[in-house]
Design a protein around this ligand. Structure first.
Ligand code: IMP
Ligand code: MG
Length: 182
C-alpha cells in the first residue's frame, strides 16, 4: 500500500516473490557445504531475515557493521568496521548479504577482510544493485533488482535512520526529505 509522498519503485509483493526465488537459487547452488551468511548491518537485516527463512539448506548467519555513508545521501570511499565477525571464516563458503550495492567500496573492504581470513569462497547476494554509480569493480552473484541512480528507502534501507520498516522500496522524494530535515 502506497503512503502519501512515497514514489514506489518496487512493490512489497514483488520483493517477496524475488527474495523467494533468490533463496531457491542459493539452496540449489550450496546443496551440502553449509555456507556462512555474513549480513551487513543495519540495512540488510530485513532482507536477510526473509532470505534465510526461505532457504532449504543448512546454513549459519553472522553480522558485521561497516560504514561508508556519513550522513544522508552523501557517498564516501572511506569504509570503517564497527563490529567484527566472530565466526570462524577459514575454509568456509561465505555468502555476503547486502541490501544495495552502490559505489562498491563497502563490499570491497569486506572482501579484503574475508581474503585475509582465508575464506574458501565468497559470493555476494544483494537485493538491489545500482551499477551506474559503481566506483570499484565488484562481482555480484545474486541480484534481486537492478535500479537506476536514485536514492531509495524501505525494506531495511534508510534515510537518516527513517523508513527502514516500509515493506516496499520507494524513491526518496524532496517532499519526504524536507519532512525529515525540518
Ligand atoms: P557502497 O557505496 O556500495 O559502499 O554502499 C554503501 C551503503 O550505502 C549501502 O550498503 C547502503 O547502506 C547505503 N546506500 C547506498 N545507496 C543507498 C540508497 O539509495 N538508499 C539507502 N542507502 C543507500
Ligand atoms: Mg548496507
Amino acid at each position: 500500500m502506497e503512503q502519501p509522498g512515497f514514489k514506489t519503485l518496487i512493490e512489497a509483493d514483488d520483493i517477496q516473490r524475488r527474495v523467494r526465488e533468490m533463496a531457491e537459487c542459493i539452496s540449489v547452488d550450496y546443496p551440502e557445504s553449509s555456507p556462512l551468511f555474513i549480513v551487513l548491518l543495519k540495512g540488510a537485516f530485513i532482507f536477510a531475515a526473509d532470505l534465510t527463512r526461505n532457504l532449504s539448506i543448512p546454513h549459519e548467519i553472522d553480522f558485521i557493521t561497516l560504514f561508508s555513508y556519513q550522513n544522508g545521501t552523501k557517498r564516501s570511499a572511506d569504509v570503517g568496521v564497527i563490529n567484527h565477525i566472530r565466526s570462524h571464516i577459514e575454509g568456509r563458503d561465505i555468502i555476503i548479504v547486502d541490501e544495495i550495492v552502490d559505489t562498491g567500496h563497502t563490499l570491497s573492504r569486506l572482501i579484503r577482510t574475508l581474503k585475509d581470513h582465508n575464506a574458501r569462497s565468497h559470493r555476494i547476494c544483494t537485493l538491489l544493485d545500482k551499477p551506474d554509480t559503481r566506483e570499484v569493480k565488484i562481482d555480484v552473484d545474486y541480484v534481486g533488482f537492478t535500479i537506476p541512480d536514485v536514492f531509495v528507502v524501505g525494506y531495511g534501507l534508510d534515510y537518516r535512520e527513517r523508513y527502514r520498516n516500509l515493506p516496499f522500496i520507494a524513491e526518496l522524494t524532496p517532499e519526504i526529505k524536507n519532512t525529515i530535515n525540518s
